[in-house]
Ligand binder design. Structure first.
Ligand code: ADP
Ligand code: MG
Length: 252
């Protein structure tokens, strides 16, 4: 039975997609049956794993019922990792979904048949708290929150945790926070170190000890359609993601 992780933060550009595809790649490489679902209409995870943006059926067709989740399974540049790409019309899903009775449950219901088949399912969320993100959080057992170590890092985090608590109370009692992940960290700057300290002080026990450094290889990997763990496995970024995958697995 799969454990389902949502990678979520309503802020854009904090490293959600990068984290989702690199953890997925590490776990798949370790031999676990792993699925990455691209829940973001921008389809960055889809493209970052070497799949065409227009690949269908994808999540959109799965949500509308035009395809089953099984039919949408797609191979990618990482051996052993399967993907449900975003699908051609996913942008419209944020408008269409709320019109469906019980739409909050739709992602969970549609992915349910795959839970036997995979050990890990990761959901790469869009940068909003809209219906697609809510759907992903209802489908998830755990949520990983990437936090960029920048000046406004803490802003929005308290609100996000409130939203997660609300979803847990009203819609998904299984949901727990796996952890916050500090990303794009620059340990050489005082700002980077200050933000790390501040986030750890505010949320003791909640922050992964692994920190993802800002690293050129991480940024360029998607242009090759590869996770950094395959693009340059010995880079600082790749090593950090290998560490993180171990930490995520160890936290259970
Ligand atoms: P999100 O999914 O939260 O919007 P992304 O994962 O797409 O964020 O990251 C935003 C941008 O920053 C992307 O261009 C990505 O390649 C780059 N990036 C992410 N993590 C790193 C890192 N550790 N070092 C350098 N660039 C990074
Ligand atoms: Mg993204």
């Amino acid at each position: 039975m799969a454990t389902v992780y949502a990678i979520a933060n309503q802020k854009g550009g904090v490293g959600k997609t990068t984290t989702a595809l690199n953890i997925s790649a590490c776990i798949a490489e370790a031999g676990y049956r792993t699925l990455l679902v691209d829940v973001d209409p921008q389809a960055n995870a889809t493209v970052g794993l070497g799949i065409a943006r227009t690949q269908s059926p994808g999540l959109y067709e799965v949500l509308t019922g035009e395809a089953t989740a099984e039919e949408a399974l797609t191979d990618c540049s990482v051996a052993g990792l399967q993907v449900i790409p975003a699908g051609a019309g996913l942008a419209g899903a944020n408008v269409e979904l709320p019109r469906i009775e019980g739409f909050e449950q739709r992602v969970r219901e549609r992915l349910q048949p795959l839970r036997e088949r995979f050990q890990y399912i990761l959901l790469d969320c869009p940068p909003s708290l809209g219906p697609l993100t809510v759907g992903a959080l209802v489908a998830a057992d755990r949520v990983i929150v990437p936090v960029q170590t920048e000046y406004f890092a803490l802003e929005g985090l308290a609100g996000l945790l409130d939203t997660l608590a609300l979803i847990q109370r009203e819609l998904n009692p299984r949901l727990t926070v796996a952890g916050m992940l500090l990303t794009m960290h620059d340990n050489r700057t005082r700002l980077g170190r200050d933000v790390e300290r501040e986030v750890r002080e505010h949320f003791p026990d909640l922050v992964f000890s692994t920190v993802i450094p800002r690293n050129v290889r991480v940024g360029e990997a998607p242009s090759y359609g590869l996770p950094v763990t395959h693009h340059d496995p010995h880079s600082a970024g790749a090593e950090a993601y290998f560490e993180l995958a171990k930490e995520v697995a160890a936290r259970g």
